[in-house]
Design a protein around this ligand. Structure first.
Ligand SMILES: [Zn+2]
Length: 119
């Protein structure tokens, strides 16, 4: 049975990134309990792949590991901090930036504020 860890990790990141939007939709359409059930299952170690499938969330194949690493043209270091927010404990592989209001992102699955790491 093909159950690559990478696919599961990728689905977890997709699921985590989608949860805030899904919550807004769930509240409007009265399926909040269903969504929270899936979030709780995934946080408890359940399959993010099946949670995405049951919620009709399309998960693109995991990006090629070489993507974004090749031919870089920005040789000069940016004057600001370069990095991304990651989940504390590294259970969720999602990486994110601050939102439109410049607030640090939260991991929606584990309900923790994400931690900034420098690249
Ligand atoms: Zn997360």
């Amino acid at each position: 049975m093909p159950a690559p860890v990478d696919g599961e990790q990728h689905a977890l990141a997709v699921f985590c990134a989608a949860v805030p939007e899904l919550r807004a939709r769930a509240v409007r359409n009265f399926w909040e309990d269903t969504l929270e059930m899936h979030v709780a299952e995934v946080a408890a170690g359940g399959s993010a792949v099946s949670a995405c499938r049951e919620l009709d969330l399309s998960v693109a194949p995991p990006p090629n590991r070489d993507d974004g690493v090749g031919a870089r043209t920005d040789w000069l270091a940016a004057p600001s901090l370069v990095g991304a927010y990651v989940c504390p404990g590294k259970r969720c592989p999602r990486r994110a930036d601050r939102d439109e209001q410049a607030r640090p992102p939260r991991c929606a699955v584990f309900d923790e504020q994400m931690r900034f790491v420098r690249c």
